[in-house]
Design a protein around this ligand. Structure first.
Ligand code: BGC
Length: 738
């Protein structure tokens, strides 16, 4: 039997090779049959909001282009009926090349999951992968082939509304989540089944660092920071086989990303040898003109194709000008052939040439869009995304015998806000509000008294009904936060305090003397200093999607023990922004608030945040002890084993995210005080202990040196194990000798 295994492996890899070869061969022969216009057509992507339904001039225009082979992909056409109809139009073209249907499925298609930033708070890679897989299954069932997700932009500035779409501030966590999401959307092998779709790593690159947190603004940073902080999640996505990349609306060091040869050709298609294709962001090719980077649309087309942007989303720059640019010999036709071949390869891999209607099955659509299991997974994902920020005197979980609960705030009965920004179809009939969740959880003996108190962003101050409700209750639950339109694309804010009068409402309610539990719902880290100081308990619930109300009620009553940890730093004030746990000692380190004279500190603000990266409480407690190393020195490619004991010292079963941080004490480039290099999420019964192990290798001690080479320098390293970036429990030092 053993003898056959290598033979079998050989046969399998030969089959995989033959299939690959046959796709490459099929792409080559197809390209040979294509006219210049047909090739350019493959690079053209339209948004199809109006492509079905009553005829409009735009619809006629797009349909004519589709029928004559001048379109390669559509976005925003979804649902089997519509995708079938439009695919049929594409099959009327001379070469019958099928279209790719794409959409922004960012956190669920039919079943709305928590926003991506919330899911990142779970630090649960398996759960995140499963959530993406369900989004893919529903999308594929609705005729889609491709989602414009995951967004893998690191962001350290919550003024930027798009922080909600990513995995937060950290390179390591962000890269792990990027991989999990790509695998979730795509499965192990593209096109292997009709439950997976193509993913898209966006926005290449560094879009999360827009200056002053203002969307679409310039990005200016050293190449060192680009390589060390902003590129790794993209590399992780590429290594995980992501089918496509999207560039961005910003510049990177003076060159718009869409026209950026260094990013797209030198790094992505060069150093990384990436074989998928790059789609522009919406209209970002034509935006090269207002940027002052191209004289007109034709010049923009020239710069974008030269820089490596393969597909043109909604600029029509290639459609209108690429043929002339090639005839005028300003663009080499090989660049076009390369872009077309990348796009056709994905269509072959998705099985669309074998069956253009492969993802058009009404029965599957009906079944998957009403699959009750998806809601269960959404509930579990929402539970895991919740972060318990404060729990004074263990006021939570609430006891089932609580008689009267006042539920106060503008988000108590809200449904649309809980879906958050970036959802394909809003259907509030499918959303469980906090009120609904509590109502179905409490016993018959418990009474809920509701008062809205104020709107999310209004300035009225009649809190009397809310105060009456509080006075008549044993405990108050407040639901405060942002509306769904306050975070997301083009939703930058300079003031990220809780909007409107909500914090004043909190103070009025708190003044009644009743215990107050505050649930905060938002698409970004907010600032809420008074609540942080005075609330009895605080739950950060982001925008948790369709099952939000159930998941929050599960946590409030202890049916789920919170396990989330912040994937992003919560500042004390906007003046600290941008902020992250990545901090440097500086030449004048401050020891704290009383040590600021000629120190790297503020005279009017702390250096420390309100809540640090990695922070989050549980209803149980954990102790860390007995740190051991199997050796203290390593050299070359040797590895070192670290172990410690984690014990659940509380009364409930619960999960802890143990975090491994490393500091290179002296290096040729100044290194941060700590960088996350590993984590594990561990479930322990009350009283249970477990031996936890991490392996430390050379790669984890490496960084980009002055020449941008990834290298580890001999010397001493501090190794820290923490429950949060500002809560280090165990530490030791090791040495790299060579
Ligand atoms: C966004 C992209 C999105 C695209 C298509 C753009 O405005 O920046 O993230 O994928 O629209 O909807």
């Amino acid at each position: 039997m053993l003898f056959y295994i290598p033979v079998l492996c050989l046969l399998i890899s030969a089959a995989a090779f033959a299939q690959k070869k046959s796709i490459a061969a099929r792409v080559d022969s197809l390209i040979k049959l294509m006219t210049l216009e047909e090739k350019i057509g493959q690079l053209n992507q339209y948004s199809g909001r109006e492509v079905t339904g009553p005829a409009t001039p735009r619809q006629t225009y797009m349909l004519n282009d589709i029928r004559s082979g001048k379109v390669g992909s559509m976005l925003n056409v979804h649902g089997v009926k519509d995708t079938r109809e439009i695919q049929t139009a594409a099959l009327q073209s001379r070469l019958k090349i099928p279209l790719l249907f794409a959409m922004d499925v960012i956190h669920g298609y039919r079943t709305v999951f928590p926003i991506p930033l919330a899911e990142a708070a779970s630090w649960d890679l398996e759960a995140i992968q499963q959530a993406s897989h369900i989004a893919a299954t529903e999308s594929a069932a609705a005729g889609l082939h491709w989602t414009f997700a995951p967004m893998v932009d690191i962001s350290r500035d919550p003024r930027w509304g798009r922080i909600m779409e990513g995995a937060g501030e950290d390179v390591f966590l962000g890269s792990e989540i990027a991989k999990a999401r790509v695998l979730g959307f795509q499965g192990d092998k593209l096109g292997e089944n009709t439950e997976s779709i193509m993913a898209c790593a966006k926005h290449f690159a560094a879009y999360g660092a827009v200056t002053a947190g203002r969307d679409y603004n310039v990005v200016d940073m050293s190449n060192h920071t680009l390589w060390e902080t902003y590129l790794p999640p993209f590399k992780a996505a590429a290594d995980a086989g992501v089918a496509t990349f999207m560039n961005s609306f910003s510049t990177v060091n003076g060159i718009p990303a869409t026209g950026n040869r260094y990013l797209q050709r030198t790094i992505l298609k060069g150093k990384w040898n990436y074989k998928g294709f790059v789609v522009s962001d919406w209209g970002s090719i034509k935006e090269l003109v207002p940027w002052g980077y191209a004289t007109d649309l034709k010049n923009a087309a020239l710069k974008a194709i030269t820089a490596g942007s393969d597909m043109d989303m909604e600029s029509e720059a290639y459609k209108k000008h690429l043929a002339d640019l090639i005839k005028e010999k300003k663009v080499n036709e090989n660049l076009l052939n390369d872009a077309v071949s990348r796009i056709l390869t994905k269509k072959f891999e998705m099985g669309l040439f074998d069956d253009p209607y492969r993802y058009c099955n009404e029965d599957i659509e009906r079944r998957e869009l009403n699959n009750p299991q998806h809601r269960q997974v959404a509930r579990s994902m929402a539970q895991k995304s919740i972060v318990l920020l404060k729990n004074k005197n263990k006021i939570l979980p609430l006891t089932p015998s609580t008689k009267t609960i006042a539920v106060i705030g503008p988000l108590v009965k809200s449904k649309r806000d809980l879906e958050g920004a970036w959802i394909p179809i809003s259907d509030t009939t499918r959303v469980i509000s906090l009120y609904d969740g509590l109502d179905s959880k409490i016993s018959k003996e418990t009474k809920l008294i509701y008062a809205k108190g104020c709107g999310i962003n209004d300035s009225t101050a009649d809190f009397s009904a809310a105060m009456d409700a509080a006075k008549n209750a044993d405990v108050v639950i407040m639901a405060l936060g942002e509306s769904y339109s306050m975070s997301g694309e083009s939703k930058s804010r300079t003031n990220i305090h809780l909007p409107g009068n909500q914090e004043t409402l909190f103070e009025a309610v708190k003044a009644t003397g009743k215990p107050v539990v505050v649930i905060l719902m938002a698409g970004r880290p907010l600032i809420f200093n008074k609540i942080a100081e005075k609330a009895d308990a605080i739950i950060y619930a982001w925008w948790l999607g369709a099952e939000a109300g159930n998941a929050i009620a599960d946590v409030l009553f202890g049916d789920y023990n919170p396990s989330g940890k912040l994937p992003v730093t919560f500042p004390n004030s906007e003046g600290q922004l941008p902020i992250s746990y990545i901090q440097y000692n500086t030449g004048k380190p401050s020891k704290g608030p009383n040590d600021i004279r000629y120190k790297s500190a503020y005279i009017d603000e702390l250096n420390t945040p309100q809540y640090a990266f990695g922070y989050g409480l549980s209803y149980t407690s954990f102790s860390y002890s007995d740190l051991k190393l199997n050796r203290t020195n390593i050299s070359g490619d040797e590895k070192l084993e670290l172990s410690f004991t984690l014990t659940n010292t509380g009364e409930r079963k619960g999960e802890e995210v143990v975090q491994l941080y490393i500091q290179d004490l002296v290096a040729s480039v100044v290194r941060p005080l700590k960088e996350l290099k590993g984590f594990q999420k561990i479930m322990l019964d009350s009283g249970q202990s477990k031996n936890i192990r991490f392996t430390i290798d050379r790669d984890m001690l490496s960084f980009y040196n002055e020449e941008l080479q990834w290298t580890a320098e001999p010397g001493d390293f501090k190794i820290m194990i923490g429950a949060a970036s500002d809560d280090i429990k165990l530490q030791t030092e090791i040495k790299l000798t060579r």
